[in-house]
Design a protein around this ligand. Structure first.
Ligand code: NAD
Ligand code: DAU
Length: 355
């Protein structure tokens, strides 16, 4: 099986490539990534090292290495010529992770979100129309459904009602993907997952931001009253779900993927501080995110019933593993935080954000 993974140098994409190469050593993976601010080849350094060992034919203790089939291509999913060339070469499955993924950045500047998330998806769809693939998997998000009140869950039949420029761009792509199925019979599947956490997540998202701030004794900027709710999913559980969707998912369908793990942001913040032995005095309430969605909660019954998936990991166990990972990989996040990140951070969390 030849899989074109887009955005494979980001958080979920890099975890997915590692997961797939370990479970399916016979698969070939081509990773197309533009390496934007959140794309980082260090997220795949183990795989790139193994790959160069194979290419250089160095003797190795691991016989599986001889069959490692992975290729990285730096490029933009909006580049029609490049994308067409890759898909024409013979691709069985496209998994589209490539996106601008941060809600706060979309509030500051929506343009690039429309470009990559909508126009980029269109370029991929057109390529798949010209050079047929067996499956086109669009990695979407529960945010396309908008916000829940204090009860109820998002099902695949919930009407989409995106509230941020980010979620509107993802919803737009979903609609295009759906239309390419109905109009051109393209074998598409859309997955909509809840909030992921785990290793290699860019420290702008709340969990890695708060872990790394707490480790550095820097205040944790909690939006509004801290009572907004997210449904947390360990990234490896998400990767396993996508693997199942590739193998057994039905064309034209949407699958919700949730962690069944609702937490307020305040609970998450207190958990991180407690696990790190840091004082709650580090919490700093700041001005709320404009249009801040109140609550996300996913009903994953469909993927459980049809594909036999359910989350394997508990939050209690995996948040500890995640915290350990950030402790052990200080150089990874310190390097990110010392670059142009600081400019973003000052703009986001500077004096104008004080509540
Ligand atoms: P991320 O920001 O960590 O990674 C995005 C990757 O896409 C980066 O490697 C970046 O370089 C690449 N990219 C961006 N623009 C590109 C372009 N024009 N061409 C090629 N590559 C490009 O994001 P993530 O958190 O790993 O999210 C991956 C996908 O999963 C996104 O589509 C996102 O909407 C979706 N998703 C994320 C979550 C979550 O909790 N993180 C939950 C549900 C869905
Ligand atoms: O639900 C899936 C979505 O989850 C994905 O589609 C997005 O790509 C991903 O970024 C994530 O979106 P959120 O906006 O939910 O994630 P974020 O980590 O930015 O914020 C989680 C919650 O924490 C949210 O209620 C806002 C709050 N928050 C966030 C930051 C960055 C804070 O209180 N302070 C912060 O500094």
């Amino acid at each position: 099986m030849r899989i074109l993974v887009t955005g494979g140098a980001g958080f979920i994409g890099s975890n997915f490539i590692r997961y797939m190469l370990a479970r399916h050593p016979d698969y070939q993976i081509i990773n197309l990534d533009k390496l934007t601010y959140s794309g980082n080849l260090e997220n795949l350094s183990d795989i790139h090292t193994r790959k160069s060992e194979v290419v250089n034919r160095k003797p190795t203790h691991n016989s599986q290495l001889t069959s490692l089939s992975y290729r990285f291509i730096k490029g933009d999913i909006c580049d029609t010529k490049l994308v067409n060339g890759l898909v024409k070469d013979g691709i069985d499955v496209i998994v589209n992770f490539a996106a601008e993924s941060h809600v706060d950045r979309s509030i500051m500047d929506a343009g690039v979100f429309i470009n990559t998330n909508v126009l980029g998806a269109h370029v991929l769809l057109e390529a798949a129309k010209k050079h047929p693939v067996k499956k086109f998997i669009q990695i979407s998000t529960d945010e396309v459904y908008g916000s829940l009140g204090s009860d109820g869950y998002f099902t695949e039949n919930t009407l989409i009602a995106p509230n941020s420029p980010y979620s509107a761009s993802k919803a737009s792509a979903d609609l295009l993907v759906r239309a390419y199925h109905h109009t051109y019979n393209l074998p598409v599947i859309i997955t909509r997952s809840s909030n992921n956490y785990g290793p290699y997540q860019f420290p702008e998202k709340v969990i890695p931001l708060f872990i790394t701030n707490a480790l550095a004794d820097v205040p944790l900027p909690l939006y509004g009253n801290g009572l907004n709710i997210r449904d947390w999913l360990y990234v490896e559980d998400h990767c396993r779900a996508i693997d199942l969707v590739i193998e057994k998912g039905k064309e034209g369908e949407v699958y919700n993927i949730g962690g069944n793990c609702e937490k307020t942001n305040l609970e998450i913040t207190k958990t991180i501080l407690k696990r790190l032995g840091k004082p709650e005095g580090l919490i700093k309430y700041v001005r709320d995110r404009p249009g801040h969605d109140r609550r996300y909660a996913i009903d994953s019954t469909k993927i459980q019933r049809e594909l036999g998936w359910s989350p394997r990991y508990t939050f209690e166990d995996r948040i500890d593993k995640t915290i350990e990972w950030y402790i052990e990989n200080e150089s990874w996040w310190k390097k990110i935080k010392s670059g142009e990140y600081q400019e973003y951070y000052d703009k986001m969390y500077g004096e104008s954000r004080e509540s």
